[in-house]
Write a new protein. Sequence first.
Length: 110
Amino acid sequence: MKRSLAILLCCTLPFLLLGCIGGQPDAEISNHDLSVKHWSKLDQKRKSAIVIEIFEEERIYMSTENYQDNKSSIISLFDKALEKTPYQENNLKKSMKEFYNDRKITEDVN
């Protein structure tokens, strides 16, 4: 019995360790380091914060009241654009700025 448990533990331990080391949760990645593929996994509060950051960086003025009224439409627009782009490895903020400016997302050339 003890031997069976020891064998079972030895066989499952590597998988448990790999699961713990698996990767960085999206919540711990800074907005600057996110890629397009992370967008769909973010909660609405974080998406909204990123949109506000983009507007501030691009000097796009929108009153708080106007933003609150249109927040869901703005986020839905980015949802659809970022979901459909084949460039899922692109930097998220760069892609969002590019889409906002000309409604296109092109491949990042690093």
